[in-house]
Write a protein that binds this ligand. Sequence first.
Ligand code: 8YV
Length: 327
Amino acid sequence: SRKKPIVFVTRKLPDVVETRMRELFDTRLNADDHPMTQAELTAAVAEADVLVPTVTDRIDAAVLAKAGPNLKLIANFGNGVDNIDVESANNRGIAVTNTPGVLTEDTADMTMALILAVPRRMSEGLKVMESGEWTGWSPTFMLGRRIWGKRLGIIGMGRIGQAVARRALAFGMSIHYHNRRRVPAEIEDRLEATYWESLDQMLARMDVVSIHCPHTPATYHLLSGRRLKLMKKEAYLVNTARGEVVDENTLARMLEAGDLAGAGLDVFEHEPAVNPKLVKNDHVVLLPHLGSATLEGRIDMGEKVIINIKTFMDGHRPPDRVLPSML
Ligand code: 8YV
């Protein structure tokens, strides 16, 4: 039989995924699950046929320059590929794949949880209960804002954006979106969604803004200080996409000054570092990048990675190939 390909996996994956990978490939696992250093990544790409990185691995041009002659595929365990220099890989004849689709619903659920949690002041409520300082109900105690009847502005109307729109519509919000391209009319109709060609104009009119675009050079600080300041003072920002899309420093300062009502953040500009101003702000709900963190989702992601590797190794086009032109 043919020699099994050397597949280097940078982080611990669910047991069922690792077991399956070991059956199929000559799999090299990261037993203690430490984040790989650039030196370890360089050593891995020199030896492997396939690299399976995650969001915590930076596969940049310098790492790719050390790729050995056998490296032909980078099968990312994750949807966002901003951790990989896709163009550099492509130029070296190394294909890149990701895991779209399987984390859409989980990420949309977590987004909806934040859209509810922030205006309804859930983190403050939890803190009161934890401190044992609750003195009892009163008509004006800890009043939040309703989301029903409010405007949700979605930035990036792909799979996840649409899944969020579907949920928010069921919660009585009106759906607005900004996207590079307008989505087909049947989708707009189903989601009762209003398209805003101008992001600036949309931002000024929304009660809640939720980010669902990838992080690319074009979306880095898309929500710049200037754009954040276009938002209403009473508005909320939710981000389950990538921290780099928002100017986190300006956001933190605005929240502190009361120039924005609150934020629900699952992703950060310099993970795992978080701006201390955000941590101590009562109007902010912070989560440690949990958007797609379900056991089912991680297993599905693993299966996608395996299918991409197998298909590629069998000499076919992998289903989830990412090309530079798609970014
Ligand atoms: C993962 C994600 O946590 O897929 C993504 O883009 O952000 C999350 O699903 C992570 O990327 C896994 O590498």
